[in-house]
Design a protein around this ligand. Structure first.
Ligand code: SF4
Ligand code: SF4
Length: 408
């Protein structure tokens, strides 16, 4: 712990002790970019989510117990939409009782609904909830509704309640063509509220999106994102919030490289998950087991394989990660950061080509940039509801951060 009660400093470069409880994919929302779109193999984007099931409360409690037994220290509860699970408050209470930090990931639509004589939010806070991670995909109500079918007013009303209590929380923003221009406004909204950690997630055509024409309408170019994201990160950093950028090549935003966490870096990100998710049909012991990470830090499914071929679309590549999961354009061959880089998404290469990618002359340590390891704000973990995360970031992390940045 730090001088700030309830703030744990995760040793940079060590494996995460974070976990996930996946309560099932049932979801009433309609996020345009949802990775579980077309879940049932049909053409109705959200039909599968509506029909999906929720795990039983008994199963969820057993997974929580096993996560603690396996030495994991904090967990995210995700779905689907976890606030629709009838046992959520009991699950939070059980996790908190075992000493686990417990965070709920939500679109924030149902937190002020009536629940057991109060609101669901009050019930969760009373059960010991440590943290919330809100989906903040737009900065104005019309865009929010257009992107995910939800009400920004509902989210803001819940944030009001949390801000009154001094309860700090995080935000997730999936970057698509639909909210690209709003990134600085989203950052201003988060900075003006109690957000202490903000995740910007570039849309990738994973899962059922691969090969879908609709993916092309969502995926925006890194060149277009870059100036808006640089502005957004500046706004959040000034508010003492940590910022993470997910699943892009390390040179996509050269000035923001320390904020980037790809699939290679995920096991070392303290808020990321070491156990298996998306196994609703498997027994609790399987779901709660931490995945082994080899000494190299790179799981076999993401191993680098040299290649010499030209992809459909004309990009010449010198290597790939996994089984054609990501590719390395020819100019990556001598890149000093290659061992820490995911490479480039094939759908992205087919649409935008590879001209913007340039070798990044930054030192690496295992599958991470040294600059990421020296960036302390994302290594501070909220373990208690009242923890002053922004205070901790402003007190220690930004000062050291600035000194290290000056040396870069
Ligand atoms: S809340 Fe999550 S599961 Fe539901 S539609 Fe949105 S992204 Fe998909
Ligand atoms: S040049 Fe290639 S290997 Fe280097 S950071 Fe960019 S995409 Fe990654």
């Amino acid at each position: 712990m730090t001088d700030f009660p309830g703030v744990f400093t995760h040793p940079a470069g060590e494996l995460s002790n974070g976990a996930v409880l996946d309560i099932g994919l049932k979801c009433p929302h309609s996020c345009a970019f949802c990775y579980y779109s077309f879940l049932d193999g049909g053409t109705d984007q959200f039909a599968g989510l509506r029909k999906a099931s929720l795990r039983s409360t008994a199963d969820c409690l057993e997974i929580v117990r096993l996560l603690a037994e396996n030495g994991l220290t904090h967990l995210d509860i995700t779905g689907g939409e976890p606030t629709t699970h009838p046992g959520l408050a009991d699950i939070v209470r059980a996790a908190s009782g075992l000493g686990l930090g417990v965070r709920v990931i939500t679109l924030g639509q149902f937190l002020l609904r009536k629940h057991a004589g109060g609101t669901l939010l009050e019930a969760l806070l009373g059960a010991g909830l440590t943290d919330l991670l809100f989906s903040l995909h737009a900065a104005n109500p019309d865009s929010f509704r257009a992107i995910c079918g939800g009400s920004l007013e509902n989210v803001l009303a819940a944030l009001d309640r949390l801000d009154e209590r001094g309860f700090q929380y995080g935000s997730n923003t999936v970057i698509t063509e639909k909210n690209l221009l709003q990134l600085p406004d989203i950052a201003r909204l988060a900075a003006g509220r109690g957000v202490y950690t903000a995740n910007f997630i570039a849309f990738n055509a994973y899962h059922a999106w691969r090969g879908q024409d609709q993916a092309k309408l969502l995926q925006t170019s890194y060149a277009a994102i870059r100036p808006r994201l640089e502005e957004a990160v500046g706004i959040l950093a000034a508010a003492n919030a940590a910022v993470n950028i997910r699943y892009v090549p390390l040179c996509a935003f050269p000035k923001l490289a320390r904020h980037v966490v790809g699939v290679l870096g995920v096991p070392y990100d303290p808020y990321e998950w070491r156990n298996r998710c998306l196994n609703h049909d498997r027994e609790p012991a399987y779901c709660a087991e931490p995945l082994p990470i080899p000494a190299s830090g790179v799981r076999d499914i993401f191993a680098f394989t040299p290649l010499d071929e030209t992809l459909q679309g004309g990009t010449r590549v010198c290597g790939m990660r996994g089984d054609r999961f990501k590719f390395f354009p020819a100019q990556c061959a001598d890149c000093p950061a290659k061992s820490a880089c995911d490479g480039v998404d094939p759908t992205y290469l087919a649409r935008y080509g590879a001209d913007e990618f340039q070798p990044l002359d930054r030192p690496t340590q295992g599958p991470l940039l040294a600059a990421r390891l020296a960036y302390l704000p994302p290594h501070l973990v909220k373990m208690r509801p009242e923890a002053d995360m922004r205070g901790a970031i402003g007190h220690g992390a930004n000062g050291r951060d600035a000194a290290l940045a000056a040396r870069d």
